[in-house]
Design a protein around this ligand. Sequence first.
Ligand SMILES: Nc1ncnc2c1ncn2[C@@H]1O[C@H](COP(=O)(O)OP(=O)(O)O)[C@@H](O)[C@H]1O
Ligand SMILES: N[C@@H](CC(=O)OP(=O)(O)O)C(=O)O
Length: 448
Amino acid sequence: MKVAKFGGSSVASSEQIKKVGSIIADDPDRKFVVVSAPGKRFSDDVKITDLLIELDELAGESKDYQYKITEIMKRFSEIVEELKVSKTVLDDIENTIYSTLNSEWTGQMKTDGLKSIGEDSSAKIVSEYLKTQGLNAQYLNPKDAGIIVSNEPGNAQVLQESYAKLYNMREKDGVCVIPGFFGYTNDSQLMTFPRGGSDITGSIVAAGVRADLYENFTDVDSVYVVDPRVIENPEEVTKLTYKEMRELSYSGFGVFHDEALMPAFQAEIPVCIKNTNNPANSGTMIVSEKDPKTRCVVGIAADTGFSNLYVSKYLMNRELGFGRRLLQILEEEGISFEHAPSGIDNMSVIIRDNQLNAEKELNVINRIKSELKPETISIDYGFAMIMVVGEGMMNAVGIAEKSTAAFAEANISIEMINQGSSEVSVMFGIRKDKLNLAIKALYNKFFQ
Ligand SMILES: Nc1ncnc2c1ncn2[C@@H]1O[C@H](COP(=O)(O)OP(=O)(O)O)[C@@H](O)[C@H]1O
Ligand SMILES: N[C@@H](CC(=O)OP(=O)(O)O)C(=O)O
């Protein structure tokens, strides 16, 4: 039994959904199908999820939103008409939009309700389409499937009790099409996962039904060693471990959500990344154990949008609790951090820009000044982080040396290195304008 998840690019148009239909019909083991909302059909296109977020914003500001509903319904109408499925699906989608807008839900609950409509509608359309192709298919709502989540709007996490409920879904007849991206709390409140979270649903379903394989269908032939938008035709990765993939996903590989690894990992379900446009290609397998035949370094991931909070104070090393108090100030201001490399008399805290705003920044600086009395304090923007990832790399000689040589040869100054105790990655902090140059330099060093 397999779980097949189809991302936004795989359900973006009727043409793509027909490919999804063939892939499902080709293998009777594909019993559970998880779908995203229609994504981009071309680079400047807008994802349905983003249109729904815009609708929520307009409604929240009491602005005219009718044109946004028209835009959303136009996308769905095109798909439904071209697939020749019953138009009752369209009425259902429109009614769901209006009933959510007019519901008693407020704030983030309403936002989540609207955001979920993309995936929900997609699942209804795909299940209807599969029926027209002679398959015994049914739409399965996440509540009926048993996906129970924490009460964290836009950031939900699955609750353990979901898995036993999902196991019972094995008994269902035919192909079950489940919308990705959302679940329900124990008191029936709809909550979405973080953005890109349909991958998480797929993994939860795979773990719950004890699938033999979780197939994640997207628009590339495999996971590549670097982002293919930065390096043309990079090397494909045929196999990597859950740990490696989590590290790469968290650090910038947009192809698979980092939070989607844990459910599959815990239930020991192998994951395969495959291409809807080229399903015959074997794709990338994600497994528990490192294959000794694979390279030590499996990938280079990178991301921008980081700031460096730098604090220095002479004899910081002798001031008991300095680091803890600094991090506690951040915690109390609701700011999470990524890395915290330190020296004898200084400490840097790397923070994602989306964690900061002018007010929080001012509070943090004032509090650190008054509570920790540093000599220097600054927040420096415009950082990028690059991760060189590979399980077992800490036992291999020369990885850091090879990386730093690549930076030196490309004349890029390294602002920060963090190896930590992780056995899977080494992180380099550089100025963001040098990012693509740095990725190319590392790619050439490790993979050319
Ligand atoms: N290292 C990588 N390997 C493969 N794809 C990557 C990598 N880094 C970023 N990507 C991007 O991830 C995209 C697929 O993810 P996403 O857009 O979320 O797909 P989906 O619509 O299937 O959910 C690819 O088109 C590719 O541009
Ligand atoms: N549609 C949601 C969830 C998702 O997983 O989408 P995609 O498969 O297009 O990454 C989003 O855009 O966040």
